[in-house]
Write a protein that binds this ligand. Structure first.
Ligand SMILES: CCCCCCCCCC/C=C/CC(=O)SCCNC(=O)CCNC(=O)[C@H](O)C(C)(C)COP(=O)(O)OP(=O)(O)OC[C@H]1O[C@@H](n2cnc3c(N)ncnc32)[C@H](O)[C@@H]1OP(=O)(O)O
Length: 292
């Protein structure tokens, strides 16, 4: 028995030695690990105290769990540091955000699907109810979840005329949840929301300006950033607590909806998105996006 034990021990030690030599050799032959690039960049201007939060998930800033988690953490950090304001924009020249990452909803294990949706819910709520002023500098296309992010800010400046924005969910055979609808309705009104959402219409920037979906159209990102800064500057003389409580009061319906319905909302999402018919629809939509 002792002999067997000794030889087994020798064998394992030998294996450990061989493994560590080959690991070192592998380390020498490996390229250095790629630097971890943040999916969300935050830069705070020293003078104004305004934070520029840039979505940075090429090619189209589709919103997956890691990106939403980073965005939520960035907002919490600004909240903790009593930020003066936040401008949400994109590192892409043509896309603000392509909305939810369809790959997070297609053929996804239930625990991941649930984590994805709860991350979206909590990040959305922290953006929507943030105590500091928020502006979306929409420097590219902004469909569906991208439009939701923009709607959740207090002011929208969009680079035009060629980019589009809107809640196009019905065109994909899915349904914009009630909190998406509340956001849209609070910005463009009941009638326009019904027309826009039932048709899943994407608006060009000039059309969006006409119905009030965006507040201003500019011709490039620099102009968008300047106008966003200007919007935030006007709050310098408004007492922050009065501002925050007023914003919470105006946005009360959306905030309460989410606080009271998080679990039901998750359940409805899971039930709907896992239906074979919806999965087939998402598969076909992904295929059309890839074929372009
Ligand atoms: C009663 C209430 C019940 C509630 C129940 C809830 C139900 C579920 C609700 C779910 C809500 C969903 C909201 C969403 O956000 S769904 C996402 C909708 N998004 C879109 O429709 C946009 C799709 N994308 C585009 O139109 C275009 O990509 C673009 C944004 C206009 C940009 O065009 P561009 O030409 O620059 O880029 P490409 O189209 O070539 O795309 C580059 C690659 O990126 C991939 N891609 C694009 N969009 C997405 C996406 N949203 N998710 C994942 N992947 C995406 C595309 O396939 C290309 O990939 P490739 O390089 O591999 O080919």
């Amino acid at each position: 028995m002792a002999v067997v034990y000794r030889s087994w021990k020798a064998l394992t030690q030998n294996a450990i030695l061989t493994r560590s030599v080959s690991n070192s050799l592998r380390l020498y032959s490996q390229k250095p690990p790629a630097p971890v690039v943040p999916l969300v960049n935050v830069e705070v201007d020293d003078k104004s105290g305004v934070a520029v939060v840039t979505l940075n998930r090429p090619p189209v800033n589709s919103l997956n769990t890691p990106l939403l988690t980073e965005l939520g953490a960035a907002i919490k950090n600004l909240e903790d540091n009593k930020s003066r304001g936040m401008i949400l924009t994109s590192s892409s020249d043509t896309v603000f955000s392509a909305g939810l990452d369809i790959l997070e909803m297609y053929n996804t294990p239930k625990d991941q699907l649930s984590a994805f949706w709860t991350t979206l819910q909590s990040t959305w709520l922290s953006l929507y109810r943030s105590s500091f002023p928020t502006v979306a500098a929409i420097n590219g296309h902004s469909p569906a979840g991208g439009c939701l992010l923009a709607l959740s800010c207090e002011y929208r400046v969009m680079v035009g005329p060629k980019f589009s924005i809107g809640l196009n969910e019905t065109q994909l055979g899915i349904v914009a949840p009630p909190w998406f609808v509340i956001c849209m309705r609070d910005v463009i009104g009941h009638r326009q929301t019904e027309l826009a959402l039932t048709t899943g219409r994407l608006f060009s920037a000039p059309e969006a300006l006409k119905i009030g979906l965006i507040d201003s159209m500019v011709s490039n990102k620099a102009e968008a950033m300047a106008e966003a800064q200007k919007f935030i500057t006007q709050f310098a003389k408004i007492p922050p607590l009065a501002r925050k409580l007023t914003k919470e009061s105006v946005r009360g319906e959306g905030i309460r909806y989410m606080e009271d319905n998080m679990i039901d909302d998750l359940q409805i999402f899971m039930d709907l998105v896992t239906q074979p018919k919806i999965q087939k629809g998402l598969e076909m939509y992904l295929a059309t996006l890839k074929k372009k």
